[in-house]
Design a protein around this ligand. Structure first.
Ligand code: LLP
Length: 406
């Protein structure tokens, strides 16, 4: 990959920054459609692809995917509502999560979504009591190590996600008539490159499928890895290919829940260099974007590839790219060789469409960035920049103490 970039989605990055300001998330809808379409014909018995909203829940990205027939994997009441508001039909929404509130269960049951993915017995009991006849699936923890970053492995024996394998027979027996238990769900982690992990998970849960009175589907989760150092993710197709002969003869429908692999590559974060500063042997390029806008480097130590938006040739220099947040972790990359930078220059962080904006926060009372979609040379704002100081408006002007002790 070159260390320079001037356009994205056929739109000038200088023009995007000048018009919409920085820091700015930019998504290329053509790339989004292309990456989603890899999953659309994955299996002859594919029911639908439930795009995992947590990767990026922007309504206009969801609408783009909904137009292609996407469903949604939601993990909160907010995500269920967001999917519905983007036009994803309730019948294509699944709802998982290890600690759903009664209000969230009520919402999902009332909307008659495709299935609520039950992760503990008390949840099944609540649904049986309040929403008998609801369609559910059982999220099972297959107790395997997917060989990924420990912070994003969710199917380890001690993970808090899903039901232990041995709990499934009892649950089916107890709730099999009160609830419509139609399927099983596994999601073993994120950033997976090895088909073996999916095949192992499948081996673990297949015997349980036979226990369901009327099995309809198997949801194999998401987790398809993205290579943040290179352009291609050949294992996506390899994993689907390895699964095909195993899942197609099963006689049930298949769901997938990719998040990252659908939206990561279509997004960039555009930031401006505010200052250059040399401290000892280190030269910092201090940016207007920080860990509040893109937390993945601070949280997981991930390095997103950097490109400089500068047309002319410049000599290479070594920079540490850091943000404005008062934390030592607010560093995007150390000792990177880049074309010489000047204050005002733009830099691009690649592959930040997934878990970028969706994990942004207001720490240091920083306003979250704007989001823009580009499509074949045109650009549209899909989320406004938050107003500076807007956070203060939610706090009451007067204190109203409430007498709570009897
Ligand atoms: N299904 C369930 C139940 C999940 O918990 C997840 C992600 C997915 C699907 C989608 O997984 P994907 O295809 O995106 O790998 N913040 C982390 C990633 C956390 C993933 C959490 N669950 C990161 O920035 O790397």
């Amino acid at each position: 990959m070159q260390n320079r970039l001037t356009t994205f989605g056929e739109v000038s990055l200088e023009a995007l920054a000048a018009h919409f300001g920085t820091p700015l998330y930019v998504y290329d809808l053509a790339r989004l459609r292309r990456d989603f379409s890899r999953f659309q014909n994955a299996f002859a018995n594919l029911e639908f692809v439930a795009y995992s909203l947590k990767a990026n829940p922007n309504r206009w990205l969801l609408k783009t995917l909904a137009d292609l027939g996407a469903g949604a994997d939601a993990v909160s009441g907010g995500e269920v509502l967001q999917a519905l508001s983007a036009g994803i039909p309730a019948q294509r929404i699944v709802f998982a999560g290890p600690a759903k509130t009664p209000q969230e269960l009520d919402l999902a049951a009332r909307q008659q979504i495709f299935a609520i993915h039950v992760e503990n017995e008390a949840e099944a009991q609540y649904l049986a009591d309040h929403w008998p006849g609801t369609r559910v699936g059982l999220r099972v923890n297959p107790a395997i190590d997917p060989g990924t970053h420990p912070k994003i492995a969710t199917g380890l024996p001690e993970s808090r996600f899903g039901l232990p394998l041995e709990a499934v027979p009892r649950l089916v027996k107890t709730y099999g008539s009160a609830l419509q238990i139609r399927g099983l769900h596994v999601h073993i982690g994120s950033q997976i490159r090895n088909p073996r992990a999916y095949l192992d998970a499948l081996d673990r849960i297949l015997p349980l499928l036979k226990l369901l009175p009327d099995p309809e589907y198997l949801d194999l989760g998401g987790g398809f890895g993205v290579d943040y150092e290179q352009d291609d993710d050949p294992w996506v197709e390899e994993i689907l290919q390895a699964l095909r002969p195993r899942v197609e003869p099963l006689g049930v429908r298949i769901l997938l829940e990719p998040g990252r692999s659908v939206v990561a590559r279509s997004g960039i974060l555009l930031a401006r260099v505010l200052y250059l500063k040399t401290m000892g042997t280190r030269t910092y390029a201090l940016l207007d974007a920080g860990m509040t806008d893109l937390v993945r480097p601070a949280l997981y130590g991930v390095r997103h590839r950097v490109q400089v938006v500068a047309a002319e040739d410049r000599p290479l220099r070594t920079y540490t790219l850091a943000g404005p947040v008062c934390e030592n972790t607010d560093v995007f990359a150390e000792d990177l060789r880049l074309p010489e930078l000047q204050p005002g220059d733009l830099v691009v962080f690649r592959d930040t469409g997934a878990y970028g904006f969706s994990m942004a926060c207001n720490y240091n009372l920083r306003a979250r960035p704007a989001e823009v979609a580009v499509d074949q040379g045109r650009a549209a704002r899909i989320r406004p920049r938050e107003p500076v100081g807007g956070f203060l408006m939610g706090e009451p002007a007067e204190l109203e103490f409430v007498p709570l002790n009897p």
